[in-house]
Design a protein around this ligand. Structure first.
Ligand SMILES: [Zn+2]
Length: 387
């Protein structure tokens, strides 16, 4: 997320210095939000727009629909068409959401209770999505898709339910369209209800442990293995959740370099992170250093040339002997609401990968899990050699 100024270039270079290094030119592509509902469909978008929800301000509130069979098919098609020097395809590490609010049950309770709907049931309510979980598995088998965990749902249960309970016209309208709404209604912003694991109060944290445990169980059901890598949705999670993440199998934590995590009740603590940093549980920190959001507009369109900018970020990463960890959201690759959005995102991705290979013919494509395992294996062989 580096803007084009000398100061930001210096910060970008300096921030690469600490942490794990390699002579290999490694590309990891992490992509958040797979499995989550944002805007249900085009009718939902138009219905929300009609009441004054600010759905046209960003691409997330306009075209970010649940991925369809076709979206995955198109993505896999371009990934399987390309190989690195070892014969491996570019691989997505999708950060996946395991379900969504159960809109019907919440409405039936008159907004008094929150109900969660596992992803397989959400997919059944959509018309072009019956093969999505099979496609996830196909992607895993073909090493094109290496799912990691993003959370149980992408909304904060307490904040979301509270807004609905006030009878807020904007959020209730989004809800009636089985969408999770926009960030603002008639210019008035909502509190951060997308930060699922970002608690307001300390009391809320107990519940977050349970959500993560359920997410771990569903992840194993859908993907056939325990989640090894994790990034929290939208806002940082409390430190104490690392133990539960460890219990459900998570060994690699994608973190911001300068993490401000919540303690609850309005207080926060700062933590500096770098690639390969280990916490007391032995979990390894993964840090992103490249950004690619080619369909972005509104407040997110701070970069004009996403391919050129991403290539510069990769160059800086390789200069400092770091893997390039590219952050790119699902919204770039979905076309259920607007097929032209998916076409633009996928074409841009193909061009980015081809440009990377032209500039660095010896690049290697790894998933986050493979990168984590590589860092771990180097650590353990170093330890063995020094014994
Ligand atoms: Zn997310």
């Amino acid at each position: 997320m580096y803007k084009n100024s000398i100061k930001s270039k210096i910060i970008c270079n300096l921030s690469q210095i600490p942490g794990w290094r390699t002579n290999r030119k490694i590309i990891v592509i992490e992509s958040d939000d797979w499995g989550s509902v944002r805007v249900h469909n085009r009718e939902a978008f138009l219905g929300m727009q009609a009441v004054g929800l600010d759905v046209s301000k960003t691409h997330y509130d306009t075209v970010d629909a649940l991925e369809s069979n076709e979206d995955l098919q198109d993505l896999f098609s371009i990934l399987s068409d390309i190989k690195d020097k070892s014969g491996n395809h570019p691989v997505f590490t999708p950060m996946c959401i395991m379900g969504n609010p159960d809109f019907d049950k919440i409405a039936a309770s008159n907004f008094e209770e929150y109900y969660f709907q596992p992803l397989e049931e959400t997919l059944n309510e959509y018309p072009k999505h019956d093969k999505v979980l099979d496609m996830w598995k196909k992607g895993i088998e073909e090493k094109l898709f290496s799912p990691a965990l993003h959370g149980r749902e992408h909304i904060n249960v307490v904040r979301y339910l509270r807004i609905l309970q006030t009878g807020d016209e904007g959020m209730r309208t989004a809800f009636s369209h089985k969408s999770v709404g926009a960030s603002s209604f008639k210019g008035k912003s909502y509190p951060n209800y997308l930060g699922a694991l970002f608690p307001e109060s300390k009391d809320e944290v107990k519940q977050l442990h349970l959500y993560l445990k359920e997410a771990g169980t569903l992840f194993e059901k859908y993907c056939g293995y325990k989640p090894l890598a994790f990034i929290a949705p939208n806002a940082e999670e409390p430190k104490e959740l690392e133990a539960t993440l460890n219990d459900i199998g998570v060994k690699y934590l994608t973190r911001s370099k300068n993490r401000l995590y919540p303690l609850g009740d309005g207080s926060f603590k700062r933590e500096l992170n770098w690639l390969g940093k280990q916490n007391s549980l032995g979990q390894i920190c993964i840090v992103r250093n490249c950004f690619f959001e080619p369909v972005a507009w509104g407040e997110h369109s701070y970069v004009k040339d996403w391919i050129g900018n991403c290539l510069k970020e990769i160059e800086i990463a390789f200069r400092w002997k770091k893997p390039a960890l590219i952050s790119t959201h699902r919204v770039n690759y979905v076309g259920f609401i607007d097929p032209a959005n998916r076409d633009k995102g996928i074409k841009s991705l193909r061009l980015l990968i081809k440009s990377i290979q032209n500039l660095w013919p010896d690049v290697e494509f790894l998933s986050t899990n493979e990168l984590g395992q590589l860092i771990e294996s180097e650590r353990s062989s170093l330890l063995t050699n020094t014994l």
